[in-house]
Design a protein around this ligand. Sequence first.
Ligand code: KG4
Ligand code: ZN
Length: 325
Amino acid sequence: MILSIESSCDDSSIAITRISDAKLLFHKKISQEINHSKYGGVVPELAARLHAIALPNILEECKKYFQDLKAVAVTNEPGLSVTLVEGVCMAKALSISLDIPLLPINHLKGHIYSLFIDNPKTVFPMGVLLVSGGHTQLLHVESYEKIEVLATTLDDSFGESFDKVAKMLRLGYPGGPVVEECAKNGDEKRFDFTVPLLRTPKLAFSYSGLKNQVRLAIEENPEAKNDICASFQNIATKHLLHKLKKVLQVKKFDNFAIVGGASANKYLRSEIEDLCKKQNMTLHVADLQFCSDNAAMIGRCAIEAYNLGKFANLDEIEINPRTNF
Ligand code: KG4
Ligand code: ZN
């Protein structure tokens, strides 16, 4: 079995995954959303302090698996450095005390493997749209080691733009679910926001301009919360679809997936579903509970790392807040 730890942002999570068949034997996550909500975003030092309390509490529940562990896996990149270090220190301590090897895991790869939790098979090659709080990337994933970035964001990420719109509307944090909820009761045609990067052939994403358009709309129409959310969600999604279609003109996939916290968005899911039908691609999505950050996806990813022998010595494991693929 592999014990995996996730602490890259504001979720403290530990999982136990069986190596032979990828069965998820234990998974617990303590989310800090309410602790950060009043600040309109994650406060790194507060998050780190809360991890230091939550992770040891969850670990207590895993003791019965200790004798069966073959490795300890931990997210070491990308994320907030002060929170990553909490998980990495715990992983190092377990590695020493249980005499088992360490597996550093890239959080973004973890999101890709959220598609295969409890499932020993993977479906590669595949096009993957990763939409989270820190990233908006279109990827060509051929294997654990071969991942090509086809498009990425020039500024804010898709999820982050929902968080910022929610903050401007004083809706709390995280913004994604609450903006999606408000949008259900709004008129998406009321505000004519422009789709970002519409006239450039550049294969990239950008959300900072749209965020500014939303800011101006809020200033002029402070009462129009639901219509603003609906119009924003519509254009934010159109932007993703527009660039995705451009990529699909030159790159063909039989399999396509959306992963990351914002892949829980039902509006986005249904738009991507339609596109996949039209383009004859099979759509893969993670179970809703595994879209946002969790240790089960890190554990599933770690099985691949284990089989490939991607172990790190105690002094080799580095915390990289900004790494990409
Ligand atoms: O993957 P994740 O849990 O953390 C990162 O790796 O960043 O993603 C969190 C992000 C937040 O920005 C949150 O607002 C967004 O995912 N999110 C959503 C929805 N649920 C979560 N964005 C849009 N619609 C949602 N329903
Ligand atoms: Zn994430």
